[in-house]
Design a protein around this ligand. Sequence first.
Ligand code: COA
Length: 256
Amino acid sequence: MTNEILLERAEGVLTIAFNRPDKKNAITSAMYQAMTDALAQAHDDPGVRAIVIRGSAGVFSAGNDLDDFMKAPPTGEHAPVLQFLRSISTAQKPLVASVAGVAVGIGTTLLLHCDLVYAADSATFSLPFTQLALCPEAASSLLLPRIAGYALAAEKLLLGEAFDAHEAHRMGIVNRLLPAQDVDAFAFAQAAKLAALPASSLRVTKMLMRRAGEQEVAERIEEEVAHFGKMLLAPEAREAMTAFFQKRKPDFRQFD
Ligand code: COA
């Protein structure tokens, strides 16, 4: 068990909260495992009728822990990050995200698997996969062009630059923007509203909306992971991550 993921139950809502603020809620293998276990328990527990995923004060998540990426690259079939992606992308109960601050990498792509996303108007988002010499994950290469259109998806996924909450809202990955101090309470209230509705009706409605893309999403997650795993072991990614910790710009000119 890790205390870097906090679980709380109230009013039929399970809240899964990142709790590693000193590292901007960067997600380690143990944290992915804890979230996967929580989603599995929520699936089996009729008392959980909606799920909230949130960060800590003013921070959603800085994405995958880069130190973990370097020391224990998640390349295997049973890698906790892959288990997490499989479970969040197939969750049957409604998922509500509360993004009170920075959301990087999987901190942004996991939102594509949530049903309702609320964000602080000061939140920032980024998909810096190419900057890290990696490629998209979480089926974002499929879902982002579908949600935001190719032009915007290409800009965000090829350049990897951060974008603000207003742009995320216009792109369709965020439902509503709120003052930072109100986001968690609003997201919880929306989840509590869902929890008071008939679970069977929510389940069928979500299933009908998601079914058409289900197979494609599952296949794309695996396809991306196959590329991602190889790229993670390549010297370009090592250089990018070493540069991050050395607080310098990476130098990709040494590679073909
Ligand atoms: N993995 C591991 N450690 C991370 C991290 C990550 N993804 N993101 C942040 N941290 C650590 C920093 O190394 C720093 O640790 P230190 O205090 O021991 O030096 C601490 O968290 C605070 O981060 P810092 O960069 O000082 O905060 P900031 O407010 O200036 O910037 C971010 C926040 C999220 C924009 C920036 O940390 C960042 O770009 N992180 C990397 C994001 C990333 O590339 N994620 C992977 C995507 S696939």
